[in-house]
Design a protein. Structure first.
Length: 157
């Protein structure tokens, strides 16, 4: 595996990147084979890497906790005005996890409704095509009948 998280095309976007967390809270990057930091983990996530943080001793998944710490550390180090929207989002997530679940469900319902509408439009388009084909066939059938004189002259030659 490559070790350059920022280099383009170095690795697939959703590659699993394993970080081990030791009892002394040190983080060990198993891909780059060195100790790492929360800011490095933030950079990996920003680059689209799927990071997995596990407790070295138990194998417990500590990803959510570690990413929360990484976000908190960034908030402490960053310009307060820059992170105001992120703070609001975090507060909303803590206040109303039910709202988030409802929003996801509503989104899924919306996707289902769009899918159903797409099917209906496709069925209507197919019906319209059949109707137009039928009218075209009717028009073709009517055409020789209205032009019998021309048809008779053409066949008489």
């Amino acid at each position: 595996m490559t070790s350059a998280a920022g280099s383009e095309g170095a690795r697939p976007v959703k590659e699993q990147w394993l970080i081990k967390r030791y009892a002394n809270r040190k983080l060990y990057d198993t891909v780059e084979r060195r100790f790492t930091s929360l800011s490095r983990i933030r950079a990996l996530v920003r680059d689209g890497v799927d990071v997995l943080v596990q407790d070295h001793d138990t194998g417990e998944d500590l990803t959510a906790e570690t990413l929360s710490q990484a976000l908190g550390r960034r908030r402490r180090d960053a310009d307060p005005d820059e992170d105001a929207p992120a703070l609001g989002l975090l507060a909303d997530l803590i206040r109303a996890p039910g709202k988030l679940a409802r929003a996801v469900a509503e989104h899924d319902r919306g996707v289902d409704e769009i899918r159903d509408l797409r099917r209906e439009v496709q069925a209507l388009a197919e019906t319209l095509d059949k109707l137009l084909e039928g009218k075209s066939a009717d028009a073709d059938a009517d055409s020789p009948a209205s032009g019998d004189a021309n048809g008779a002259q053409a066949s008489g030659r």
